[in-house]
Design a protein around this ligand. Structure first.
Ligand SMILES: *Cc1c(COP(=O)(O)O)cnc(C)c1O
Length: 354
């Protein structure tokens, strides 16, 4: 830290993403990326767009916004696109939170929320989960806070029933409720249809997980046109999260090939079932995840020790230091072959312990 660093940032604890190591080749199950390459259409559109990189991109992202609106069955004024849903979440903290609109989110959730609250100087409350990691809707009602809820939640993979989410939105009339649907494509129900009934609901989505475009950095949100307008004002004032041409084209290419993504999501659900059954047979406890990852603990092996052993054997999973998660690891669901490899290595590790 230099002596010039602003006092307001001195205590920041930056977000730590899943590692992207280069020291050797790993079976990478630590960042919830897709095991499948982007759609060939995404690659084709992106490479064509790269011929025009001498020109600035469309600041309004018109083509992609229109296409996303069609896909979500909403109007283009109800959509905002930005560089990853992390950027959208940051805009939401900037636009909808302050001293008078403090934030609240589950205590066990995506680590980004806390970092963004701190970055923006927003007071926040972390609400404990039940023992089994379920989120109790009643605890989020009438809080007078801007809410951030990942559904399905990360890293538990658990989804809330839509009536519970609707109850929260209805009972939070003076604050925005942000529902982060990064993982909704893998089997949960979306609350998108609710945006026309509630002017305070904002739904965020990403191309990073189900759409196989984590490397492109592309996300969007859907909500009432007034909310979208607020976010756009902030976005255009910092002008940091505009989308580049290549990413925009990759997104359009992916959206021209929805079937490819739908099919990959089906494959991931099959792999998830296979991996969950295999892990249960090996004695692991699992949450009932509807996302592209599993949260697993073994009664005989410490969570962090298992993470390190897997790493040694070339398999990367995600371990979190949070006390409630210390015995667990979050394992991204990859292809069927990835999951066979994972189970094989786990069998070796558990065997060594006998
Ligand atoms: C991956 C993830 C994001 C961020 O996605 P990007 O679009 O890659 O920035 C947001 N929320 C949750 C819960 C995630 O797991």
């Amino acid at each position: 830290m230099s002596r010039f660093f602003s006092a307001k940032y001195k205590s920041l604890m930056p977000y730590v993403p899943g590692e992207q190591p280069r020291d050797r080749k790993y079976l990478k199950l630590n960042a919830n990326e897709s095991p499948f390459p982007p759609s060939p259409r995404a690659v084709e559109y992106a490479s064509e767009a790269s011929n025009l990189l001498n020109l600035y991109p469309d600041p309004d992202c018109t083509g992609l916004t229109t296409r996303i609106a069609e896909l979500c069955d909403v109007a283009p004024e109800e959509v905002l696109v930005a560089g990853g849903s992390a950027a959208i979440l940051n805009l939401a903290f900037m636009a909808f939170c302050d001293r008078y609109h403090p934030a609240a989110f589950p205590e066990v959730t995506c680590g980004l929320y806390r970092v963004l609250a701190e970055l923006n100087g927003v007071p926040f409350k972390e609400i404990p989960l039940e023992e089994d990691f379920t989120i109790r809707a009643e605890e989020y009602m009438a809080l007078g806070r801007t809410l951030f809820i990942a559904n399905p939640n990360d890293p538990t993979g658990l989804a809330m029933p839509i009536p519970d989410l609707e109850g929260i939105v209805r009972r939070t009339p003076d604050n925005v409720v942000v529902i982060d649907e990064a993982y909704v494509g893998f089997g949960a129900t979306s609350c998108l249809p609710l945006i026309h009934r509630y002017g305070n609901l904002l739904v965020t989505r990403t191309f990073s997980k189900s759409w196989s475009l984590a490397g492109a950095r592309l996300g969007f949100c859907v909500g009432n046109p007034d909310l979208i307008e607020d976010l756009r004002r902030v976005k255009d004032s910092i002008n940091l999260c505009s989308i580049d041409r290549v990413t925009m084209a990759a997104g359009l290419g992916a959206l021209s090939d929805v079937e490819y993504t739908t099919n990959n999501c089906r494959l991931i659900r099959e792999s998830r079932r296979f991996a969950a059954d295999g892990l249960a047979l090996l004695g692991f406890d699992l949450t009932d995840s509807v996302a592209n990852f599993l949260l697993a603990r073994h009664p005989r092996v410490d969570g962090r020790a298992l993470y390190l052993k897997l790493r040694e054997k070339g398999v990367l999973v995600r371990h979190f230091d949070h006390p409630a998660l210390a015995q667990y690891n979050r394992i991204t669901v990859g292809s069927l072959e990835d999951m066979q490899q994972l189970l094989k290595v786990l069998k070796e590790i558990l065997g060594e312990d006998e």
